[in-house]
Design a protein around this ligand. Structure first.
Ligand SMILES: C[C@H](CCC(=O)NCC(=O)O)[C@H]1CC[C@H]2[C@@H]3[C@H](O)C[C@@H]4C[C@H](O)CC[C@]4(C)[C@H]3CC[C@]12C
Length: 325
């Protein structure tokens, strides 16, 4: 499972937890402005906005899991197994395969509003990247610097673009159901609750944090959606980049998956392989991995963005411990 957020403190941050049982060999990848994006059913995009994100590079093509462009638009693909449905190529439509969707949007949109416009004639088509890398059943979170975000889901009933008032996405069920489910938790609060259970009879508030007693804590996508929404909505805005990045990772850590807790096949466990967050104004990507809690950073603007060559940085996976004596 996965969780993706837009966090509106300071410059704004966008990223995700990638939760899975296998690693694909992904890296931090910068796609400069003159790398030619070839599309299967649309003309080549010779020039576009530069992108930084996490991707698997295959045959010199960046298969982005998530990314942010130099205009501060972010987009992440998350598992949507079951409801996801992709269509056959249709004449007169903008036929884009799911693996092309992140470059298609981030390559040319400056805002969520522009992304919405771009999608009015979109048909997400069932074309595999290759025989080895087949279609993935995904849905997407797209957000911009204003904090505005949308969710894109392609199901048997067609393409759906939903406004996302909470700026969080996990996995199933379909997004409108995830939002509806929040109503069940609206009394969850950082504050001590008012006792409406036993009017006139005082209850012993035996612990701090009783206002969040009903918050779900499971690994499932419905629980993570509620928990992350609560955590993010109450996360403080810091005064510095360091403070905001720290808060950002604490927010995502609230729903990270430790090894051993989510068994997806006998003795095989899904876990949070990496967490990342990109500053939407500077394009600096911060990340941690399961093995390495140290926050590492790659700055998009330190690369030559007027180039046609992809730049990749392997994720640093060795736990960096500060020994103090
Ligand atoms: C499976 C994960 C989503 C995480 C998740 O929700 N996982 C577990 C679960 O719930 O089952 C998705 C997110 C991005 C996806 C990748 C990207 O879309 C890029 C690429 C696209 C190709 O069509 C298939 C391989 C490949 C490399 C995809 C493999 C599956 C990935 C890695």
């Amino acid at each position: 499972m996965c969780t993706s957020i837009v966090y509106s403190a300071g410059d704004g941050y966008f990223g995700r937890n990638l939760d899975l049982e296998v690693s694909f060999g992904q890296e931090v990848v910068i796609t400069p402005r003159d790398y030619a994006f070839n599309f299967r059913k649309l003309p080549t995009m010779e020039h576009h906005y530069a992108i930084i994100g996490v991707a698997l590079v295959k045959d010199n093509y960046p298969l982005y899991f998530d990314g942010v462009n130099e205009e501060g638009v972010g987009m992440a693909g998350l598992n949507f197994d079951g409801p996801a449905h992709f269509f056959s190529v249709e004449d007169g439509k903008d036929n884009v395969s799911p693996f092309e969707f992140i470059p298609y949007v981030l390559g040319q949109c400056k805002s969520v509003e522009e992304a919405k416009q771009l999608m009015t004639n979109l048909n997400l088509v069932n074309i595999n990247f290759s025989d080895q890398l087949k279609l993935s059943p995904l849905h997407w979170l797209i957000a911009d610097r204003s904090g505005k975000s949308i969710v894109v889901e392609s199901t048997v009933t067609g393409l759906h673009v939903y406004d996302n008032p909470v700026g969080v996405l996990t996995n199933n069920p379909e997004f409108p159901q995830q939002l509806t489910n929040l109503a069940n938790y609206q009394s969850v609060s950082p504050a001590e609750p008012a006792n409406t259970l036993t009017p006139g009879i005082a209850l012993n508030n035996y612990s701090r944090g009783i206002g969040s007693h009903l918050l779900p804590g499971g690994m499932d996508s419905e629980s993570r959606f509620v928990k992350e929404t609560f955590t993010k909505m109450h996360a403080p805005a810091g005064k510095s980049e360091r403070e905001n990045v720290t808060n950002y990772f604490h927010t995502l850590n609230a729903v990270d998956q430790q090894k051993g807790l989510d068994e997806v096949a006998p003795n095989t466990f899904e876990y949070t392989i990496y967490s990342d967050g990109v500053n939407l104004a500077t394009g600096t990507l911060y990340y941690t991995t399961y093995e390495n809690n140290q926050i590492n950073a790659v700055a998009m603007r330190n690369a030559n963005l007027n180039s046609s060559d992809l730049v990749s940085y392997p994720m640093l996976n060795n736990q960096a411990i500060n020994y103090q004596n």
